[in-house]
Design a protein around this ligand. Sequence first.
Ligand SMILES: [Zn+2]
Length: 149
Amino acid sequence: VDKLTPTQRSAHMARIKRSDTRPEKIVRSLLHRLGYRFRIQFKDVPGRPDVALVKRRVAIMVHGCFWHAHGCPSSNIPKTRTDFWQAKFKANQERDVRLQAVAEAAGWRCLVVWECETKDEDALAARLSVQLGPTRISGVPGDTFEGER
Ligand SMILES: [Zn+2]
C-alpha cells in the first residue's frame, strides 16, 4: 500500500533522483581516472547536470535507460499500465530536452551518457576523451583544479 500523498511521493522521487546512481558513479570514477576535474550537480549550471566540467563548460547528463526511455534492450516499457509508463517516459524525455536547452542557452555544451554505455567502460572512456579533449587546458591558470569534490 502506498501511504505517501502525491506531494510526498514526488519529494521522495526527487530525493532518489538526487542520490548517486551507479551509472553516475561509474562516469565520475572514469573521468577521474582519465584526469578530468569536475563538479557534481553544480548549481551554477542551469538544469544542474549530474557532472559539470567547469573550465570546459561541458555538462554531462547521465541518463538511466529505463527512466529516460533510451530505446535500448534495457529500457523496455512495462507490460502493465503501459499508458501510465508511456506518459511518464514522455514527460521525462521532455524534461531532458528542456534542461539541456537551458544549459546550452547559458553556453554549456551538453553530453549525454546512457546507463547502458557504462557497461563498456573502455568504449565510454574513448568517447569521452575525444569529446572532452586534452585533460589539461594549456594557458589557463589553475587549469588543474576545477573545484573537484
Ligand atoms: Zn540504454
